[in-house]
Design a protein around this ligand. Structure first.
Ligand code: SF4
Length: 386
């Protein structure tokens, strides 16, 4: 079979239908980048075949030829319906968005046109009144605007797109199966006109190709013009093995002059991250540009303040403060405190007089937490977000 959401990219693909035992993945703590405590992969493997995709790395155990083989979990809806049934759960569902997409397969890759698993999942989440955060690179999401609007009205929806830049020519090399960025931006305009919040995950920025001041500025400017609500930035990891080998082969063909530069910043660490020095300067550059365009670099509070439990609200705000303080070169105790709080089951308002007993919570953090518990926000956080 030959299909893809980018109609110019034709590749023979193999589709395997399987029955799954589970769909919903519960995270150890709320993900403050996405505001999700649960996520799911309706498909395994991704026909978008992005050259840098870390789903190719061995640790994710995606069988077959990545980019050409995809597994469809045909009974996903029945399993999800069962998993979402509150009478079957010993502990209630955590509040927050349910993540649809990301992981090791785009929920709007071309097979979705035939199987409709994502659409049916959204219909179910609407019925069950869950807020939804969709992450995709595909314009196929346009098909589901009707149901996304209904979710947004009832319980709220965010649709986020990932980009490595807004350069169509570069995207054709590194994201061969995906609609080009200009088409993604058109769909974003459409979603915004329908009153739906839209985020951009500017990740991965590709070293020495999409990481220049001009390219990042062009992306942030375009995002701002179509009314994007926030941009979250991230660098590119290259894990040793299948992911790195595949990427380096393409780099060798398309940008042979860059090979040495890549060897200098990717030294095969366990996570495949580039050197800290390179990443920090890039993060600073992004942040400077985002400031010029008044672009929030974390999901803004109005999209989650009334959705999360008080503990998760504190965790997310402390993690956002942690990120923003570190960007300013400050030492930050907030990440550690956030992690400790994420492991506490009791509501923080019951522990108001014992906050300092929580690991990582000192006098200043205690003050911030108390303010969040009373007002739902923190003046320090708001200053940093400005
Ligand atoms: S769309 Fe996402 S999951 Fe699919 S290949 Fe690209 S990076 Fe990987």
């Amino acid at each position: 079979m030959s299909i893809n959401t980018n109609k110019d990219y034709i590749k023979e693909v193999t589709i395997r239908e399987v029955e799954t035992k589970t769909i919903l993945r519960k995270f150890k703590k709320i993900e403050s980048w996405f505001l999700t405590s649960y996520g799911m992969n309706l498909y395994r493997g991704c026909l978008h075949n992005c050259v840098y995709c870390d789903g190719r790395a061995e640790k994710y155990q995606v069988d077959g030829k990545f980019g050409e083989d995809v597994v469809v979990k045909t009974n996903a809806l029945n399993v999800l319906e069962r998993e979402l049934d509150p009478s079957r759960k010993r502990t209630p569902f955590r509040k927050g968005y349910i993540g649809v997409g990301g992981g090791v397969g785009d929920s709007y890759q071309s097979v979705e046109e035939k199987y409709l698993l994502t659409r049916k999942t959204l219909e179910l989440l609407y019925k069950k009144k869950f807020p939804v955060h969709i992450l995709t690179k595909s314009t196929l999401v346009k098909r589901d605007i009707d149901i996304i609007k209904k979710i947004n009205k009832k319980s709220r929806a965010i649709v986020s797109f990932s980009f490595s830049s807004v350069d169509d020519a570069i995207s054709k090399i590194f994201e061969p199966g995906v609609p080009v960025p200009s088409e993604r931006l058109e769909v974003i305009s459409l979603l915004k006109k329908e009153g739906i919040a839209v985020g951009m995950y500017l990740m991965p920025v590709i070293p020495f190709i999409t990481d220049t001041r001009e390219k990042i500025e062009e992306t942030v400017k375009n995002a701002s013009e179509v009314g994007i609500d926030f941009i979250i930035f991230g660098g590119m990891t290259l894990k040793k093995g299948r992911q790195k080998e595949y990427f380096m082969d393409v780099l060798k063909q398309q940008y042979p002059d860059l090979l040495i530069k890549y060897q200098n910043i990717y030294s095969n660490n366990k996570w495949g991250s580039p050197s800290g020095e390179y990443y920090n300067s890039l993060n600073q550059l992004f942040h400077t540009i985002a400031k010029v365009y008044h672009m929030p670099v974390r999901i803004p509070l109005f999209l989650f303040q009334d959705i999360l439990s008080e503990n998760d609200l504190v965790v997310v705000l402390l993690e956002h403060i942690d990120y923003l303080s570190k960007l300013q070169g400050k030492r930050s105790p907030y990440g550690y405190a956030a992690y400790s709080i994420s492991q506490i089951k009791k509501p923080l308002s019951d522990l108001k007089f014992h906050l300092r007993e929580i690991k990582g919570v000192g006098r200043v953090t205690e003050k911030i937490i108390l303010e969040i518990l009373v007002t739902g926000t923190s003046t320090y956080y708001e200053t940093l977000m400005r």
